[in-house]
Design a protein around this ligand. Structure first.
Ligand code: SF4
Ligand code: SF4
Length: 456
């Protein structure tokens, strides 16, 4: 088994509700609502208007810059609206609403690559870019940028199949049901980066998936190795995965590429396979719908833009006592306040809770037990980071305690017996630091412009 990383926690994985259930295709939704931002970077500009007919895979959103990714229609039908709609990151966001004609007409531009083995790294990068592929484990960083910035620098390519968040089993089922997509996608990446092997990291609680991948690797004689990892959260975090598989450490403030490593999520790898072997851009997503509030938890494959209410309907609905919805896993996911928000490229799970999972405490008091320090995989000191932030001292949070290195994994919050909202505070603290940096940059720019004007 691969090496371990420092810290981490062992939450009950709660995967039994869905890990033996095959992926089901959702009943096609009558409407999809596709937000023009499902990635890190500049949002897309809608290029369709109300009344336009669209087909599956047709581009409907033009990237807003290099760090961006195009957006495509996920159903065929008619554009009913181009307007702000409820958004999973909060508030509303410009979206394209398509009324489904249930004809499943595929765009005529969709064509597989004739000879995938002959693709150059530049050609593969262009295909990935045009297919709108982003980090589909939730990070949503445009994949073409990751590939192009890693070419020539990277000698370790890793596929993240750890799926360490509780409840989520979509990647596990993908390995069991679509191993060829995973392995052929990984082989494309091996060729692109010119490495002898690509490593797939998978936790030991998915041994049957590791076995299935190994069988497919042998059948295809592919340059891929499966590394079985300790089952420990956050095993799937980039820096922890790099350490566990390659033994390398990603320095503070740096990226895996600075340690010669490039990491792709398992879903992203399958999206690369589909873009090359089927010609299909990102138009669908596998979502685990689970939690104590869901009548019949399932793994569903649905068009991008499917309202989350349709996911719950497909699972028999929500229990009346449901009090909380989370998009993503329980450790890092985002609470949702409306079932009108829709599935995006990074949506891996939709959870609903109706039991006694909520451990909120009105006025939590630190008991100085030090447990949060022992579990932080980045070796930070959450107790002091929190203390300084509560005093409004974000400079100390940033400079003395290295708070900007926090990966917001939630391990400290999970382990804190006093129930302090540590991770939430760190998210806000990092935002404060970023706001201050941008304000300082804007001020410096304004001063430089004023000085230039004076001289002229
Ligand atoms: S949320 Fe941040 S501080 Fe807390 S354990 Fe994770 S990395 Fe450490
Ligand atoms: S785990 Fe919670 S109670 Fe213990 S030291 Fe950290 S913040 Fe304080």
């Amino acid at each position: 088994m691969a090496q371990a990383f420092f810290g981490g926690v062992h939450p009950n994985d709660m995967k039994a509700a869905t890990n033996e259930k095959a992926i089901e295709q959702i009943k096609a939704p009558a409407q999809v609502v596709i937000p023009m931002s499902m990635h890190i970077g500049a949002p897309c500009k809608p290029i369709v208007a109300v009344g336009d007919k669209v087909t599956i895979g047709q581009k409907i959103g033009e990237p807003g810059g290099f760090v961006s990714a195009p957006i495509h229609a996920s159903v065929s039908g008619t554009v009913k609206a181009v307007e702000p709609r409820p958004f999973s990151m909060g508030g509303t966001f410009m979206s394209v609403v398509i009324e489904n004609d249930f004809q499943n007409t595929v765009c005529e531009d969709i064509k597989p690559v004739a000879d995938p083995d002959s693709l150059t790294p530049e050609q593969l990068t262009e295909i990935v870019k045009n297919a709108g592929i982003v980090g589909q484990g939730g990070a949503t960083f445009p994949t073409h940028v990751k590939i192009s910035s890693g070419l020539g620098k990277v000698d370790y390519v890793l596929i993240n199949a750890a799926e360490c968040e509780p409840y989520i089993t979509g990647d596990h089922r993908t390995c069991l049901e679509r191993p060829e997509q995973v392995i052929k996608g990984a082989a494309l990446l091996a060729k692109c980066f010119g490495v002898d092997k690509v490593y797939i990291g998978i936790e030991a609680n998915k041994q049957n998936a590791a076995d299935q991948l190994n069988k497919t690797i042998a059948e295809l004689n592919a340059p891929v190795v499966v590394e079985v990892l300790h089952t420990r959260y956050p095993q799937g975090a980039e820096k922890q995965l790099v350490q566990a598989i390659s033994g390398r450490q990603v320095p503070s403030g740096k990226l895996p590429a600075d340690a010669g490593c490039c990491i792709f999520n398992l879903n992203t790898t399958c999206a690369i396979y589909r873009a090359v072997y089927e010609g299909m851009p990102v138009v669908s997503k596998i979502v685990t719908v689970s939690g104590s509030g869901v009548i019949e938890p399932k793994n569903l494959e649905c068009p991008i833009g499917t309202p989350i209410s349709c996911l719950f309907d497909e699972c028999g609905g929500l229990k009346e006592e449901t009090y909380k919805l989370i998009m993503g896993g329980p450790m890092m996911g985002l609470a949702q306040y409306s079932t009108e928000v829709s599935v995006g490229k990074g949506t891996g799970a939709m959870l609903a809770f109706a039991g006694d999972e909520e451990k909120y405490v009105a006025e939590p008091q630190c008991i100085r037990c030090g447990k949060c320090v022992g579990v932080c995989p980045i070796r930070l000191e959450p107790v002091f980071m929190y203390k300084y932030l509560m005093k409004g001292n974000w400079e100390a949070f940033r400079d003395q305690l290295h708070g900007m290195d926090c990966i917001e994994c939630g391990a400290c919050t999970y382990t804190c017996p006093a129930r302090l909202p540590l991770t939430h505070a760190f998210r806000l603290g990092k935002q404060q630091v970023n706001n201050a940096r941008m304000a300082a940059q804007a001020k410096a720019k304004a001063e430089a412009e004023a000085a230039a004007k004076k001289e002229a």
